[in-house]
Design a protein around this ligand. Sequence first.
Ligand code: ADP
Length: 458
Amino acid sequence: MTRIVAISNRTAGEAASRAGGLAVAVWEALKASGGSWIGWSGDTVEEQPRGATTFNDEGVEFVLTDLTQEEFNGYYITYANRNIWPIFHYRVDLAHFDSEAFDAYAGVNQRIARLARPRIKDGDVVWVHDYHFLLLGDCLRREGWRGPIGFFLHIPFPAPEIFRALPEHAQIARAMCEYDVIGFQTERDTSNFIRYLTEDHGAAELGEGRVKVLNRTLTIKTYPIGIDAEDFAELAVSEKAQDAATRIGRFLGGRSFAIGVDRIDYSKGLPERFEAVGKLFDAHPDVRGALSVTQIAPPSRSKVEEYQELRLQLDQLAGRINGDYGDLDWIPLRYLARSFDRAELAGLFRIAQVGLVTPLRDGMNLVAKEFVMAQDEADPGVLILSEFAGSAERLRGAIVVNPHNAAAVAEAMHYALTMPLDQRVERWRELRETIVAEDIDWWRGNFLNDLTRAPEAA
Ligand code: ADP
């Protein structure tokens, strides 16, 4: 079996952090094939570390490096999260262009490549993840590695017109062409990137995902990421899940229940969602007192200014809606700014009549898939899904909405709440079938299959 060297900003070095879909997928692949997982330790230090912390777990070697405070600010906070993240989520207005931060970003990519190089052996494949490491393939070539390197982008890839707003777009794209396989979440992302390469770098498509560009031939394809579908369904009936459902049941007192679960991030469309909830209560007196909406939203990247502002905005909006519509014994919109255990989330999903997944832009959105897998076949809830979530490309059984249109989202919620059982079951079966067929193992297998065949294809 081909050994894998995985590189991502955060790794699953601690067993507790292996709960998420991606961490599980990479971990399972590494355990099966053997190999190394290289990334940031999560700690910052004053002086640049000379080496790295290494340890072995079930035959997988972890190689983790600290970042200096300067690297953390330039590479992580500024370039990754205030340049690439907003641009790739179509938010040119929120980008803080900063060429010094790009230098820091390139520097960390090179340092990680140098750390990785001695660990890569002939016959290995290298699998790089996400927007923190767009340049890593090129950096590894500079370190002399000629073998297969794959890259998977977990976030969207924007339309070329938006990507070109990033001052370093050409440099980034040229570096990306050093990968052998580039994977995107949706057909839209893949075609955006290919169109950009065609218009700006003279790329030619050869068929079956093969693209010739800048004197190289690479595979550029869509691999929609999945979840550990069956495991999540089991989690939703676990004791912990049932306890969470019982606890929220006491609060609901027999009312209908709609749930949203997202990190606090401007891409998630939370203020727009809150507006839609207000519109629902405004336009439909029948749901007043009969529905409680709970939004679970743990703060993320609290060091980034835009995120602090968003938090304030959400506090205000929730306060206003509850002030306008709430009653002595009813809170219309509850907003819990903290994390919950996966099993608890699964339990809450299971008893919800409506799942609200309305990002303004999202690479895939795994919550949509988790919500579906947690449902009770005899009485499934309805998924309301933004057309701008990557998952909407495949999840046809959802009610698909434009998250900017608050009135339409409010109507979709009302429609979901009044949908007859047979229609809910039909939609749910269709959703479940896709999510089970295209689960995390399917995703990993497809990507690694193309990556291990990359040398033949070339
Ligand atoms: P993103 O990667 O942008 O945060 P996704 O929806 O693709 O969005 O993935 C989020 C993951 O984090 C899901 O597996 C979800 O269950 C989990 N998650 C989100 N919010 C919470 C929370 N409050 N507590 C625990 N897990 C959460």
